[in-house]
Ligand binder design. Structure first.
Ligand SMILES: [Zn+2]
Ligand SMILES: [Zn+2]
Length: 469
């Protein structure tokens, strides 16, 4: 395996046949761009089971040993590598200029970005940067301490002779983008994660037009929703239409408020709060069903920092009340409570039918203090996401003890197969590289070539063509 230094080299380090954990490097002469740096999402097989303590000083070595992060030269700091310096060149001794670019802040795309040597810039979009700063405040930053650089949609920047242009896409998180990556040998487009049933389908239209205007050779595309031949027999036909009856980000508020109107008791929701469109939709559902939305402090903080929403209350749990009395509340919570009206369990219990209350899985025991009779638990893409997560069984057990009805009203963040195909058809790349999927082979380009890539192979981009070296 020899590297062709006169042309663009591409290597795939993770995420080819898994959901997330995508890591790809693109090298031209003395510069290199690596995109996304997350961890594969699979709660059932995660070696970090919540019982093993992570070693903050040994994280890079431990993760390399467990094959959770890729063994890439020149990416990790010497002191974090320890004995791994025998196998890997530390960032300090590497001759090339490297930058890491991040498509969006889901853990399967950022989980390990804190482990990259602080000397290497890690770029996120401006919106992602704002979201990340808020996440750090509420204790949801990724492990590792470092700074992040930001870029903006449509504004190109260069790493050596590699030119990068972020293009906004719609996904179930603020700040998501695709990257258009140009070297003197050709152009690669990395889609990140995207969907057409979100609140902003116009962003996908704009994304397609931008890509077509800028031009491309190879398209690296996510394929999360692609099923196997057994699961979906027919070839996938491209089609932008939202199938009848499909739950979308846009119709979730109505579906929720319909259900809340039929419910006499408390409405409870479990949400993934990085999806700000969903939070806004929840407030709308509460308004439409004559209820008041109540958020846990962490989520309320995101709403406060990143949206213009004011019509909500902040929930004060027993723990929070104790912290307040002991004077140990963190600064951000104090400020939040000064700025927004708060509510305790007793108040909710006086008239549960007037509220729509957030309950994340980790706080599920809080519901033991709350009057949930004749209430409804609306699961809206909060963890545990489904029965592939062992915690899902636990959640169901607790809800059974509470004797509260359960309903799922959620929408995924990934384009359905007909939409994936529609996007590919409209862009019509010469080379399509599907990944971030259990069945990448199902997504085929209209007239170009489908390329199913492997780990450990150097791909060479030369004269706008890609070949395996
Ligand atoms: Zn993903
Ligand atoms: Zn994602």
């Amino acid at each position: 395996m020899t590297k062709d230094l006169h042309h663009t080299n591409i290597r795939f380090w993770g995420g080819l046949k898994t959901i997330g954990g995508t890591v790809v490097s693109v090298e031209y002469k003395n510069s290199r761009v690596i995109f996304d740096f997350g961890l594969t999402y699979d709660p059932a097989t995660n070696i970090f089971d919540g019982q093993i303590k992570r070693r903050s000083r040994g994280m890079v070595r431990d993760n390399l040993r467990l094959n959770l992060i890729p063994p890439i030269d020149g990416l990790y700091a010497a002191e974090s590598l320890g004995s791994y310096q025998r196998d890997l060149i530390p960032a300090e001794e590497y001759g090339q200029e490297t930058a890491v670019i991040i498509s969006h802040l889901h853990l399967d795309h950022i989980g390990a970005m804190g482990l990259i040597a602080p000397s290497i810039p890690v770029y996120v979009t401006k919106e992602s940067h704002e979201l990340y700063q808020a996440l750090e405040v509420i204790g949801e930053g990724v492990p590792g301490i470092r700074d992040y650089q930001f870029c903006d949609y449509g504004v190109s920047f260069s790493i050596g002779e590699i030119k990068i242009t972020p293009i906004q896409v719609d996904h179930d998180i603020l700040g998501a983008c695709a990257y258009h990556i140009q070297t003197p040998d050709g152009v690669i487009l990395y889609t990140g994660d995207l969907r057409m049933h979100g609140k902003h389908p116009e962003q996908i239209d704009h994304f397609i037009n931008e890509v077509n205007r800028l031009g491309l050779d190879a398209m690296i595309m996510e394929g999360t929703t692609l099923g196997s031949v057994e699961e979906m027999r027919e070839a996938i036909m491209g089609n932008p239409i939202i199938p009848e009856g499909m739950t979308t980000e846009g119709n979730i508020p109505e579906k929720m408020s319909d259900r809340l109107k039929e419910t006499k008791g408390l409405g409870i929701f479990n949400v993934y709060h990085r999806n700000l469109d969903r939070l806004t939709g929840i407030i709308k559902a509460a308004q439409d069903s004559s209820r008041k939305a109540v958020f846990e402090p962490e989520t309320a903080y995101l709403l406060d920092k990143l949206t213009n929403e004011h019509d909500f209350l902040v929930y004060k749990s027993i723990e929070t009340i104790f912290e307040e009395q002991a004077g140990t509340l963190p600064e951000w919570k104090l400020n939040l409570f000064n700025k927004h009206d708060t509510i305790r369990a007793e108040m909710i219990n006086n008239s549960p039918g007037e509220y729509y209350l957030q309950n994340t899985y980790e706080n599920v025991l809080e519901l033991f203090d709350i009057n949930v009779s004749e209430g409804i638990y609306i699961h809206s893409n909060g963890v545990p996401l489904g029965d592939f997560d062992p915690a899902y069984e636990n959640l169901k057990k607790i809800l059974t003890k509470l004797k509260v009805d359960y309903v799922y009203i959620g929408a995924g963040g990934h384009a359905i197969p007909s939409h994936l195909k529609y996007i590919v058809d409209r862009i019509n790349p010469k080379i399509l590289i599907p990944l971030h999927s259990f069945n990448p082979e199902r997504l085929k380009p209209k007239s170009g070539m489908q390329m199913l890539v492997d780990y450990g192979v150097d791909y060479v981009l030369k004269d706008h063509q890609i070949t395996a070296n």
